[in-house]
Each structure stands twice: as structure tokens, then as C-alpha cells.
Design a binder for this molecule. Structure first.
Ligand SMILES: C[S@@+](CC[C@H](N)C(=O)[O-])C[C@H]1O[C@@H](n2cnc3c(N)ncnc32)[C@H](O)[C@@H]1O
Length: 683
């Protein structure tokens, strides 16, 4: 956040910087609503859009308040003459009575408020006083119904994939990027109703399907342009009193994968059970790869072939099958939906009597968005761009100890892991290290981690890469620029013999060193760190103990990693020609060249100048503040991870940057209000 003019505040700006096939960072510029590329007459204003409804609700609230006040005043006057004349008499419980249950207030029976349920009457709008038992019961019923309908919707979302795959000639091979679900349609509608509705709205589509009894319909489109227009038309529209929701389709292929993953253990021949159960005897094979946590695998879904499930690529990079431009469009649409939802929720959350902020009021002019969505920035590199990969350790569908990506969610009972083959975002260096570790695990005397039983030793491998300074245009083979590699192996040492651990870790260091040296070309190996995480959660706490392993010479000679001091274990990368030192657990943007592009744009939007004070909130290793330091007067970075703060100090020093201060603290609302002032005064 820069402290120049308010209109330049960086914190409220964002735009999508696209990481091919996987996640993206969104960037929207709230300052550009004036320059909307869509002329007002072309901006879509659905007549019944949710935002309109929300405004109306706000206005209605005010009106209701006025009505109630008038009614109460009238009632009071009439009560003075004859209380029984007013049918709206006693619509609320007397506060005295509520405080002193069973007692009566000093007004006695002349009190205009009720002293018990039996005296309550419905309010003028036919609702009951919210404190009444009747109202409480109604609310409870409503909540239950809502939950039921949510569950129904979820069921239907799954069923939707059946409709999508049935009888449309595409054999279920849908391009999910060009498909959407419409939720909250009338249950009695059939496909014909849905098609007529779409045609009446002038919405073009490829196919439209709906089954009777479901509130979900399925649409597919010819191309991204048709999809975009349809979403703009549909989002916020309502049928009856229900707002239509446009939702993503769960790919049939993925669903089958989950099913086959659930079924596959039944197919694993007993002879393929891993022999290295150790303390996990009896649970390491199928029930660890896939199951319900109790070793009871669901046989009922044994309909898929396990070959479908053998693809980490579809799980880790679900958009990889699409052309890159379609990926960008897909992400833009998803982000647009999220931003619209955010605006709707913010509007709903605005308390009575508080005027809506300008950006919410203005959102109706830009299709329900909180600000213009400028678009997606392309990633400078499309393949092998990740500088950090976290590989899970687990069993493959065939029961083999594997290092790679999980084929589904633990929540869904899937823990099978498959190798990261064909994942376009993973570098070949990272893949090779995963493969070396996997080979080591085949003969390790210590068991791999079992996610259901929370036992085992080997848990995870993180490969972090440091690269030489480069420009995307110069890079023919991205891997050739990887000059440093840090490997972090996560284990859980609880209950294992120290001597055994020492022997195993020595063997591991040897395996990595010889594997790296034996690759063509040889792989860089800068540091090998062991993280001991004994907790249940997948994510290790910041204070999980770390130690470095000495790396032996690949020929069996003396050790090449001279230090066992973990503070010295680090790699280096470059953003905007600045060198960054990265410690094992410090955050660093995973797509370095994309980060460079993003930071530079953020600086442009912030309208930085020599008088700007730049607050880099949650600064990590200080990358944003340091890359923009030459464009401002002063940078203050705040970060709660102590080792990242220490990296930030070191990074300022190695780049000779003098106008940055870094503080180790947790940012909270109070911190922003008070402590920043202190920092500014004392530094
Ligand atoms: C996604 S990283 C971004 C780091 C840095 N801005 C960058 O772009 O490289 C988020 C960082 O915020 C830090 N963080 C999260 N919550 C925080 C809080 N409440 N106070 C301070 N730091 C926080 C994390 O430790 C992490 O380093």
C-alpha cells in the first residue's frame, strides 16, 4: 500500500496474472470504471438482477422501518382510547417482562406490548416478532430446508455430469471450459423449457439439457465468446423468486477417476502389497491408497478402469487440455463470478442505516463487478515455470510407494498418489528428484506416511529451485537456468529409533547425491533439509524443527555440503535483476518471471514517486518492497515469519538497498491503525 494519493492505493487493485493451467492472481483496477470499454448502452442490466434486488431490499428495509414507526405511533394513539380496537396491538414482547420472566411491568394489562406468547399477534406484514416461539420455529424450519436444498444442489451437481455425458454424442468427453451448469431452475422444466428460455433471452448455445425434478440444467457453448456473452446475460437473472446461478461443471473424467480410485484397491493383487509395512502392517496397501479411513473400501463404485485414475496431470493442472487462450478466458470468467459474489455478499452484509459504499453502488453499472476486470496477463513461461513443487508421498493405485500428486481429496477418501508425469508446470529437474526419492523409498526400512492412521515416517518432498537472471525471451530450455536446488524432506520421527533414522537419512543423502550426479546433464544440489513434522495436518507449523544433512561426494568421498547449520541452507533467485536469498520455509512467488511482471504493474498502478511511503504488508522475503524501492522514498515491510524477515533484511543488504525497513509482526486491524504509526515514528 503506498501512502501517496488515496486513488493510487495498491491494496484495492488487482489483475489476473495467469499461471498456465493452474492458479492465477487476479488484478482488477477499481480506478478504471470511468474508462469502461463497454459503452453504457451495451452494458448488460438484467431486469431482475440480484444487485437490483439487493438495492430494493435495502430500500425496503428503510420503508419497513418507516411503516413500523407509523403503525406503532398510530397504535399508541388508538390504544389510549381502546386497546382492543387495534389489530396490530401487542406485536412485540415487553422488555420488562423479558428481563423478569413471569413478572409484569408497571403498565400491567394496559402495556402495549405482550407479556406472553398468547398475547402476541402477527405483525402487519404477517411475520411474527423475532423473539416469539413461532418465529424461532419458522427460522429453524427455514434453515433445515435450506440445508436440505443445498445438499440436493450438491447431489445434482454430481448428477449433472451424468446428463452431460449421456447421449449427446460426445461420449462424455466434454470440454468443461465451454460448459456450465445453471442452478435454481424450476424443477418441473425439461430441456425444451430451458432451450426456450435461453432463446427468449437471445442467448446462443451449443446444447442445453435438463432433467425433470432437478433444479440444475446443463449448457455447452461453441466457443469462449459465446460462453462469455451467455454468462453476462444469465448471471443475476431470476426465474420466479429464485436467482439463477451459473456454476462450473465437474468433469466427468474426474468423477470417474474418483470412482475408479475408490474401486481400484479391490483390483490390486495381494502379491503387489508392499512388503515394507513396518509399523503399518495391514494398512499400508489399499486402505492407505484409497479408502474410508477404516480400511473399508467401497465396492459399490467399482465401475471405472484404474487407467483413468493414473493421471496426476489432470488433478494438478486441470486446464492443461485447453489451448492457452481458452485457459485465460476460463480463468477470467471464474474470477468474474467470484468478484460478483463478493459484491453481492458485501451488499448484503451492509448493516441497516449505513449507506452503501460507492464501489457497491457503482457495481450495477459494470455488470455487478466491484471494479473493472482488466483481463489476464499471460505468464512469460508456460512450461516448467514453477520454482517450488511439493510432492506427496503415498501409495499409487497399484500399491507402490510413490512420490507425486494425490489423485483426489483426502476429504473424499482418496489418498492415492501418482507420479508428476506430464504436468506442464513442473520442471524436469523437480520430476527427476521426485523419481530419485521414489526409488529410494522402494527399499527404505522406514514406512511412508499413512494419512488415515497418521503413522509412518516419510511424508513429503519439496523441491525448490533457484535460477540465474534471465528474460523469458532468452529461455529456450527453462531448466538450463536452474543453478541451485534445495530439497526439503518432511518426516515424522515420532516413535522411530534414532539410530535407524540416522542410517536412513544417510542413505537418503547418498541417493540424492548419486542420483543428481548420474543424471544427464547432472542436477544441481545445493542443500538437503529435513523437516520433522509430527502433527496430523498436511501443513507443517512454522516452528517444525529443521536440520540440514551433509551431502556426501557422489563418488563416496568427503562431504560436499560443509555446513549442518540450517540458517545457512538457502538458494537464490532473481526478480527485476535483484538477487534474493531464500531460506527453506520462506515464501517466494512460485512463478518468478510472472511475479516480476506483476510487481512492476502493481508499482505502475500505485502511482509511486519519491515522496511515497510504501507499506509492503505480509512482505515475505521483501520481494515487492525491494523491487519497488527505487521508485519510492521509503518501504516498510511487515511479516510474521521470522526467517522470512531475516531473508528480507539480507536481501536488502545484498542488493545495497538502504530505504527499506522490515518488521517481524503479525498484521491485524489494530496493528495497522496503531503500530504502523509507531514504526513510522521510530525508524
Ligand atoms: C503469499 S505470501 C506473499 C509474500 C510476498 N508479499 C511476496 O509476494 O512474495 C504471504 C506472506 O504473508 C505472511 N502473513 C500471512 N498472514 C500474516 C499476518 N497476519 N501478518 C503478517 N504476515 C502474514 C506469510 O508468512 C507469507 O510470508
Amino acid at each position: 500500500m503506498a501512502s501517496s494519493s488515496p486513488k493510487n492505493q495498491l491494496s484495492s487493485s488487482s489483475e489476473t496474472l495467469n499461471l498456465p493451467t493452474e492458479t492465477s492472481l487476479t488484478q482488477t483496477n477499481p480506478m478504471n470504471t470511468q474508462d469502461s470499454p463497454i459503452p453504457p448502452e451495451q452494458q448488460i442490466q438484467p431486469s431482475n438482477n440480484q444487485d437490483d434486488t439487493a438495492t430494493t431490499t435495502g430500500e425496503k428495509r428503510k420503508r419497513e422501518k418507516t411503516t413500523t414507526t407509523t403503525t406503532e405511533a398510530e397504535a399508541e394513539t388508538e390504544t389510549e382510547t381502546d386497546p382492543s380496537l387495534n389489530p396490530f396491538h401487542k406485536t412485540s414482547l415487553c422488555s420488562y417482562f423479558r428481563r423478569h420472566m413471569g413478572a409484569s411491568c408497571s403498565h400491567g394489562s394496559a402495556c402495549k406490548y405482550a407479556h406472553g406468547e398468547e398475547e402476541l399477534r402477527p405483525r402487519p406484514d404477517n411475520t411474527w416478532d423475532p423473539t416469539s416461539e413461532r418465529a424461532k420455529k419458522a427460522i429453524k424450519l427455514d434453515t433445515t430446508n435450506n440445508n436440505d436444498s443445498k445438499e440436493e444442489d450438491e447431489d445434482e451437481e454430481i448428477m449433472m455430469t451424468d446428463i452431460a455425458a449421456d447421449g449427446d454424442g460426445d461420449g462424455g468427453c466434454l470440454d468443461t471450459g465451454l460448459s456450465k451448469c445453471l442452478v435454481h431452475l424450476p424443477r418441473k422444466w425439461l430441456s425444451d423449457h430451458l432451450r426456450k428460455f435461453l432463446s427468449d433471452q437471445g442467448i446462443l448455445f451449443k446444447s442445453a439439457k435438463k432433467k425433470k425434478g432437478m433444479s440444475v440444467g446443463f449448457l455447452s457453448f461453441e466457443d469462449a465468446e459465446q460462453l462469455k456473452k451467455a454468462i453476462e446475460e444469465l448471471e443475476g437473472r431470476s426465474i420466479g423468486n429464485k436467482n439463477i446461478k451459473v456454476a462450473d461443471v465437474i468433469p466427468r473424467q474426474f468423477e470417474q477417476k474418483i470412482k475408479s480410485a475408490m474401486a481400484a484397491p479391490q483390483n490390486i493383487p495381494q502379491t503387489m502389497e508392499p512388503a515394507l509395512d513396518g509399523e503399518n502392517a495391514g494398512i499400508s496397501r489399499p486402505s492407505d491408497a484409497i479408502g474410508d479411513g477404516d480400511g473399508n473400501n467401497d465396492n459399490s463404485t467399482q465401475d471405472g478402469s484404474s487407467s483413468l485414475a493414473k493421471c496426476a496431470r489432470d488433478v494438478a493442472t486441470p486446464l492443461a487440455h485447453m489451448p492457452y487462450d481458452d485457459q485465460l478466458e476460463h480463468k477470467k470468467n471464474s474470477i468474474m463470478q467470484m468478484l460478483k459474489k463478493l459484491t453481492r455478499n458485501a451488499r448484503k452484509a451492509c448493516p441497516n442505516g449505513v449507506s452503501l459504499p460507492e464501489w457497491i453502488l457503482r457495481s450495477r453499472e459494470i455488470g455487478g463487478l466491484p471494479c473493472e476486470l482488466e483481463g489476464i496477463l499471460e505468464s512469460p513461461l508456460r512450461n516448467g515455470y514453477r520454482n517450488k513443487c511439493e510432492f506427496s508421498v503415498g501409495y499409487s493405485l497399484q500399491g507402490k510407494p510413490t512420490v507425486g500428486f494425490m489423485l483426489g481429496n483426502f476429504r473424499e477418501g482418496v489418498t492415492a498418489v501418482e507420479e508428476p508425469l506430464g504436468c506442464p508446470n513442473v520442471s524436469s529437474v523437480a520430476c527427476k528428484y521426485a523419481s530419485i526419492f521414489q526409488e529410494f523409498l522402494q527399499q527404505s526400512g522406514l514406512p511412508i506416511w499413512n494419512r488415515f492412521k497418521n503413522t509412518g515416517f516419510w511424508r513429503q518432498l519439496t523441491v525448490r529451485e533457484g535460477r540465474l537472471p534471465r528474460k523469458a525471451a532468452d529461455i529456450a530450455i527453462p531448466e538450463a537456468h536452474i543453478s541451485e536446488v534445495m530439497l526439503i524432506v518432511q518426516v515424522s520421527s515420532l516413535g522411530f529409533d534414532d539410530d535407524m533414522i540416522t542410517i536412513e537419512l544417510r542413505g537418503l543423502a547418498h541417493a540424492f547425491t548419486t542420483g543428481a550426479a548420474g543424471s544427464a546433464p547432472p542436477l544441481p544440489l545445493t542443500a538437503l533439509v529435513i523437516q520433522d513434522h509430527q502433527g496430523l495436518s498436511n501443513v507443517a507449523p512454522a516452528d517444525a524443527p529443521l536440520r540440514t544433512l551433509l551431502l556426501p561426494n557422489a563418488n563416496g568421498g568427503s562431504e560436499v555440503q560443509a555446513t549442518s547449520n540450517v540458517a545457512e541452507a538457502r538458494i537464490h533467485d532473481y526478480i527485476s535483476n535483484l538477487r534474493f536469498s531464500i531460506s527453506p520455509t520462506a515464501f517466494f512467488q512460485v512463478n518468478t518471471l510472472a511475479a516480476e511482471k506483476l510487481y512492476s504493474l502493481a508499482g505502475d498502478w500505485a502511482g509511486l514517486g519519491p515522496d511515497s511511503l510504501l507499506f509492503d504488508i505480509c512482505c515475505g522475503t521483501g520481494t515487492i518492497g525491494l523491487t519497488l524501492a527505487d521508485r519510492v522514498g521509503m518501504v516498510v515491510g511487515i511479516e510474521m515469519n521470522a526467517s522470512a524477515v531475516s531473508d528480507a533484511h539480507r536481501n536488502a543488504e545484498i542488493n545495497g538497498i538502504k530505504n527499506c525497513r522490515f518488521v517481524c509482526a503479525k498484521v491485524t486491524f489494530g496493528f495497522i491503525l496503531f503500530d504502523l504509526v509507531t514504526i513510522c515514528n521510530t525508524n
